[in-house]
Design a binder for this molecule. Structure first.
Ligand SMILES: O=c1ccn([C@@H]2O[C@H](COP(=O)(O)OP(=O)(O)O[C@H]3O[C@H](CO)[C@@H](O)[C@H](O)[C@H]3O)[C@@H](O)[C@H]2O)c(=O)[nH]1
Ligand SMILES: [Mn+2]
Length: 986
């Protein structure tokens, strides 16, 4: 045999050299260190003892001053302080303003001290900051003086240890005041931070001089104890004085840089995460389809497993991928908008706003809630002569009419009270059940508490009156009546109406057999009626269960409509629907957060859809004409807008509505209003098609926004920190499923018509916008893959037929990756939205329940509707609270008192997967790794929908799933299994 052959080379370590080298290194290294130690020590000594040049040492002198010996402030000459700044992005406002405020706080007679800030950046950021600084200085300067603080600069003072004059140490008054100032300082700091977004863009190198004295009012006030504080460009006194004289006469000095009313921020971090995710997940999905294609070819050739189940799974995956691709459009360009209502011009420059509120049935929509919505809208922070509130009562009910009269009486107290004390909550019910919420300056005011007592009493009386009035509410609803239009006002009519917004009750005509087009019809009637009464260019739409909370909504909307860059393009400014009755467990997805997460992407495109209510729209957009300036053929206009002359006149730019000061509707006007609110007015006109709310679908909001966006309008989504509107969301499963079925059915109506976004939109909208609309309107088609994957894989699992790659196959990793990365993306989005993590589970559940129950019926009804076999209806969402259901909701326990029609599909699919999972586990032990993916899939269904298991088998309370439903579901799942098994033969 071949023995071990001798090596062809060898390698010796030269040990002697090695030892010598290393010793040398070590010793020499230490010597070098010692040398550097010597150098450092010497250097230190030299610098310490360095000789200074002789000249400096010639005549050493030290000065001292004795300011306490100065006599009489009157004898002090004035001092001007000049502060220079150049660029708020390099010189942060907080520091600059501390300099300004500290100079104002100098211990010097305020009438002899003036502080000038010269801003070489001419930036509105600095301008705005100095205004904030002025506000803060009004507190700081007297405070520093009163307590003889030894630090003039607020920042330095707050970060130092106590520094009040000894005599105040331990004073409780001092401590209290200090607390307030500290809080104000924090607010000031926050305001500057917010204000400094985009600081670098605000710097201008090309601008006219601008001078503003921040204290004009106080400057004139002889009692003023504050120094003058001015921001100026031209440091010449003459210039300053001349501009000041302009300010004193009440005009603006010169056109300075006006700060923007809104800002738009691209969320770069999310954008990067989203696109990376799209890219990587996209590749993984392609890989999966490659696997599917090759496997399919093999199965067709070898017939090693049944073909039909395999085809169904592939089809489901294709549909899921189709939706996945569509949804990426929402993620493409996340943008967030902000508004700065505090920068709006004076009230005289604001345009009027009409508020439209719809209600339909006082037995399902209790008067107290509806009237709170009405009153809250009247209490908006908007000039009352530019605000009008219209309530449209589709029930034509005297209960509602009486209630609104009572509401007026209460609003007479509430509206001025809210305004006087600058309450931050517009809705009386919300305010009275909240903790104090009054502007700080009134905290502790006796007058305020006394007035509040009166309001509380008046509210209790109001509530009682409504209760009495609501007996027989359901009988009061009429579906056959003439139109009623009434301006609500004081009975004796002799007091001034100036400080109250206009309030109008409208009940459009209703006749059996006439299509009324639900809420869309109601809003169109309101558009027409209001056009000849107030004709505000903007209107705010509210549902009757959605009250105004933060009173600044109309102002916030104006931040966009008064922005000359975009105002002419915007059709609506949309606020989110937020809810006052959410529980910490959002088990029914009632917060709608799942929708709002995607809205962040819509602002990067053409803007959000209409969400039914809480938006401020322009008449110009919904009428689909601009304001008409020239003479237009009258017949043409009548064809489009109907026969009312007065309404046609309202379309002209020059039109001034003629409501007299006493708000009395003349006989003539009343006649015109009756015509406009009649149920035949729409006939043969463009109302409901090109004009006004579109009637085509029960989700009037979706079809109208599609149409307006396709007409070239854009929209804006704004979500201020303090919610503008709060409503009641569905708090039980039945209401949620019924509501969702209506929504998705409405979307299905759109998808099955010429308005299908994939056909209707491509030439009018960009690809991404089309994709968003398509994702919305086709949503019900999720039913296909959900049923496909909830039925086929578990059945195959029961029979031991693999449908997915086995664990050792590299494609298993691809599959696992797609599954995990999409779940992780969901988690990431939930976290960055600020929702609790558990919501990812709740949202998944809601999505699965919706897909199985609502989408199924929505598709079915959509097809029947298309074939003309079923009439669309609008099942009103109930706003009456059932206490027991409410308690369960608050505790996060599902309420399964749901129509069996909706429950049975859910339970049957659940049972099927449960059985498959149990068998799957057994098979995993005895067989191989081919079935792991299917077992995990069924496990996923079982674990995500654990609440169904509980409802069917573990719970005993009234909200559980009825045993009969469980039994029926078992039977149905057996049938599904039986039928499904037949597929295995093909
Ligand atoms: O024939 C009708 C039906 C409804 N409404 C009013 O429409 C509003 C919305 O009805 P609601 O029962 O509360 O339905 P929701 O499902 O809660 O409403 C959501 O979905 C609707 C579209 O289906 C949108 O219009 C809503 O703004 C949106 O909140 C309420 O003020 C109703 O009074 C009418 O005026 N006339
Ligand atoms: Mn509602």
């Amino acid at each position: 045999m071949d023995g071990p052959s001798l090596p062809l080379n060898a390698r010796h370590v030269l040990t002697k050299d090695l030892i010598i080298n290393r010793i040398n290194m070590f010793a020499n290294g230490i010597a070098i260190l010692a040398l550097f130690y010597y150098r450092a020590a010497t250097l230190l000594r030299i610098t310490e003892t360095r000789e200074t040049p002789l000249a400096y040492r010639w005549r050493p002198v030290k000065l001292e001053v004795y300011p306490e010996r100065l006599t009489g402030d009157e004898k002090l000459p004035p001092v001007d302080v000049f502060v220079c700044t150049a660029d708020p992005s390099k010189e942060p406002s907080l520091g600059v303003m501390n300099t300004v405020v500290s100079a104002m706080a100098l211990d010097y007679p305020p009438d002899r001290l003036a502080v000038y800030l010269h801003d070489d950046g001419d930036s509105y950021v600095t301008l705005h900051a100095i205004r904030e600084a002025w506000k803060f200085a009004r507190l700081w300067v007297p405070f520093r003086r009163k307590y003889e603080l030894k630090i003039a600069c607020p920042e330095a003072y707050f970060s130092s240890k106590e520094s009040a004059h000894e005599k105040f140490i331990g004073s409780s008054e001092f401590a209290a005041e200090k607390e307030i100032i500290k809080k104000r300082y924090a607010e000031f700091q926050e305001a500057l931070e917010k204000n400094s977004v985009n600081a670098s863009a605000s710097v201008s190198r090309d601008h006219a001089p601008s001078i503003e004295s921040s204290c004009v009012g106080t400057f004139l006030d002889p009692d003023s104890l504050l120094p003058l504080c001015a921001l100026l460009f031209a440091p010449l006194l003459a210039d300053f004085l001349s501009s000041l004289s302009v300010i004193l006469t009440g005009k603006k000095a010169m056109d300075g840089p006006s700060p923007p009313l809104n800002a738009r921020r691209v969320l770069t971090k999310s954008l990067i995460v989203n696109r990376l995710y799209m890219f990587i997940n996209g590749i993984a999905i392609l890989a999966l389809f490659y696997y599917r294609a090759t496997t399919l070819v093999r199965i067709i050739k070898t017939r090693e497993s049944p073909l039909v189940p395999y085809l169904i799974v592939i089809f489901s995956e294709i549909v899921l991928t189709f939706f996945w691709v569509l949804y990426q459009a929402f993620r493409w360009r996340p943008v967030k908008l902000e508004a700065y209502p505090e920068r709006l011009p004076e009230d005289e420059k604001l345009k009027p706003v009409d508020v439209f509120i719809c209600t339909a049935d006082p037995s399902k929509e209790p008067s107290l809630g509806v009237m709170n919505t009405v009153i809250s809208a009247m209490a908006l922070d908007y000039p009352p002569d530019k605000l009008a509130v219209y309530l449209q009562d589709d029930g034509g009910s005297y209960v509602t009419l009486n209630a609104i009269r009572e509401a007026w009486k209460f609003a007479r107290f509430w509206v001025p009270f809210r305004r006087k004390y600058e309450l931050k909550i517009a809705c009386p019910a919300a305010y009275l059940s909240s903790k104090e919420s009054v502007h700080e300056k009134f905290i502790g005011s006796r007058e305020f508490s006394a007035e509040k007592k009166i309001i509380e009493k008046k509210y209790a009386e109001f509530q009682e009156a409504l209760e009495k009035n609501s007996v027989n509410a359901s009988a009061s609803v009429s579906r056959d009546h003439a139109p009623v239009i009434e301006v609500i006002k004081d009975e004796n009519g002799d007091s001034s109406l100036k400080d109250m917004p206009l309030l109008v009750y409208v009940a459009r005509e209703k006749r059996p057999g006439h299509p009324h087009h639900f809420k869309g019809g109601a809003l169109n009637a309101l558009l027409r009626v209001s056009a000849v009464i107030t004709n505000a260019p903007y209107f705010l739409v509210l549902d009757c269960d959605m009250y105004c909370y933060n009173p600044s909504s109309a102002r916030i909307a104006m931040c966009f409509y008064l922005d000359p860059k975009i105002s002419s393009k915007i059709a609506w400014v949309q606020f989110p629907q937020k809810f006052h009755n959410l529980s910490e467990h959002d088990i029914y997805g009632g917060s709608l957060n799942a929708i709002y997460k995607s809205n962040i992407g819509l602002d990067g495109l053409r803007g959000p859809n209409i969400y039914g209510c809480n938006f401020v729209m322009t008449r110009e957009a919904i009428y689909a004409t601009g304001k008409i300036e020239k003479e237009v053929d009258l017949n043409q206009l009548k064809k489009k807008f109907g026969s009312s002359n007065e309404f046609i006149k309202s379309l002209y730019k020059s039109y001034k509505p003629q409501l007299p000061e006493d708000r009395k509707l003349s006989g003539e006007l009343q006649k015109e209003l009756q015509l406009l609110a009649s149920c035949t007015y729409d006939n043969g006109t463009d109302w409901g098609e090109e004009v006004g709310y579109r009637y085509f679908s029960v989700v009037e909001d979706a079809i109208t926004s599609l149409s307006l966006h396709c007409n070239g309008w854009i929209s804006v989504y704004i979500d201020p920190a303090s919610p503008c509107f709060l409503g009641a969301t569905t708090t039980n499963l039945n209401d949620m499923l019924v509501q969702q079925t209506r929504w998705v059915f409405g979307l299905m109506q759109i998808a099955l018509s010429k308005f299908n976004p994939l056909i209707y939109a491509p030439l009018k909208l960009s690809i991404l916008e089309t994709m968003c609309y398509a994702a919305g309107s086709l949503e019900a088609l999720y039913v296909l893959p959900v049923y496909g994957l909830a039925i086929i894989p578990p059945i195959c699992l029961l029979y031991g037929i693999p449908l997915y790659p086995k664990v050792s196959d590299p494609y298993f990793i691809v599959l696992a990756f797609i599954f995990l990365s999409s779940r992780l993306k969901h988690v990431q989005e939930t976290i960055s939205f600020g929702d609790p993590l558990i919501n990812t589970v709740y949202e998944l559940r809601v999505w699965m329940m919706k897909s199985v129950a609502c989408y199924f019926y929505a598709v079915l009804n959509g097809i029947l509707d298309r074939l003309g076999l079923r009439e669309a209806n609008f099942s009103l969402t109930s706003k009456v609270v059932d206490d027991e259901q409410e308690t369960r909701f608050k505790q996060g326990i599902y309420d399964f008192q749901v129509s069996p029609m909706l429950l049975i599909p859910l339970c049957s699919l659940y049972i099927l997967n449960l059985a498959a999972f149990v068998i799957g586990i057994a098979r995993l032990f005895q067989k191989n790794d081919e079935l792991l993916a299917q077992t995990v899939l069924s496990f996923f269904v079982v674990i995500v929908n654990y609440h169904l298991l509980e409802g069917m088998f573990l719970r005993k309370d009234k909200g559980r799933i009825a045993p009969s439903v469980t039994l029926l579901s078992i039977a149905v799942s057996a049938i599904i299994l039986g039928c499904g098994s037949l597929l295995l033969f093909y």
